[in-house]
Design a binder for this molecule. Structure first.
Ligand SMILES: [Zn+2]
Length: 281
């Protein structure tokens, strides 16, 4: 039974970069949205796209071999195992795969029954996510605020039903405190943290579906925060609605840096400042 790190959550929350960061560790290979690749029709739609290894998917050392590898195999579980065996043969070592198929519930249920799965639930601050989606699609910000609430609620309910205990991880935490978060994620997944995780560009992953950030040299070079929402009047006007989501934000987006009260906030909390004052002032 191969081991899979599964990244769940809404799209456009940093999953591609996290997938690539994990793939910088020896023996870890990110595969993007694996569910898309397992399906012959959806995979072929993406075959003209560039893989994170720099080659087109159809020419990539892994994905170019998949059509032959899958011939005669129809079950998803067997196809995953075939990819795993191919990776172990190509890299000559045990491999942990990263799957960023996000909110595909029935597929995740299948993986949980058949594989050793660690689930990371990646959530982006509703202000940042909604404004970014608004800029990309032209749809009203409030539409995305409501969608964020409904989709995340659905995900949490499904997780509870499936008995999943994920690691709650925020895009904001990852972008602003990447070293701390990568250490915590490594611990959760049973991996050994390395500084390489701060530079997704060094990835060994093969990702050709999902966010095009995988091919952007600037975005690949390190974790950077998309702060556009801070300049948005629309977001300010929605504050009365967004304030009701504070509890969800604390639990799902900032739980790794906010330890109870604000005075215990990672690095900048006043509790630490007082301790340092006593010691050094
Ligand atoms: Zn590749």
């Amino acid at each position: 039974m191969s081991k899979i790190i599964y990244i769940a959550g809404l799209g456009h929350s940093g999953s591609t970069l996290l997938d690539m960061s994990l793939g910088t560790l020896p023996g870890v290979i990110g595969l993007g949205e694996l569910k898309t690749i397992l399906d012959d029709r959806t995979r072929s739609n993406h075959y003209t796209s560039f893989c994170s290894c720099g080659k087109k998917a159809a020419e990539c050392e892994i994905w170019s071999r998949v059509p032959d590898l899958f011939s005669g195999i129809s079950s998803r579980v067997e196809r995953i195992e075939a990819i795993h065996a191919l990776l172990e043969k190509s890299y000559g070592r045990p491999i942990v795969m990263v799957d960023a198929s996000k909110n595909s519930y029935s597929y995740l249920g299948e993986l949980l029954r058949t594989h050793d799965v660690k689930v990371i639930f990646l959530t982006r601050d509703v202000r940042s996510w909604s404004y970014s989606r608004h800029l990309s699609t032209g749809r009203p910000v409030v539409y995305f605020v409501l969608r964020w609430v409904l989709e995340n609620h659905k995900l949490r309910r499904r997780f509870r039903k499936m008995g999943i205990d994920p690691m709650w991880t925020g895009y904001e935490e990852l972008s602003l405190y990447p070293e701390l978060l990568m250490q915590k994620i490594s611990d959760f997944c049973g991996l050994t943290y390395a500084h390489s995780m701060l530079h997704p560009d060094n990835t060994n992953s093969h990702i050709f579906s999902g966010n095009v950030a995988r091919a952007d040299p600037e975005k690949r070079s390190g974790w950077k925060y998309d702060a556009r929402w801070m300049l948005s009047g629309r977001i300010l006007l929605l504050s009365p609605l967004i304030v009701s989501l504070l509890r969800l934000h604390k639990k799902y987006v900032y739980s790794n840096v906010l330890h109870g009260a604000m005075k215990h906030f990672y690095l900048f909390g006043t509790a630490r400042k007082k301790e340092l004052d006593k010691k050094f002032n």
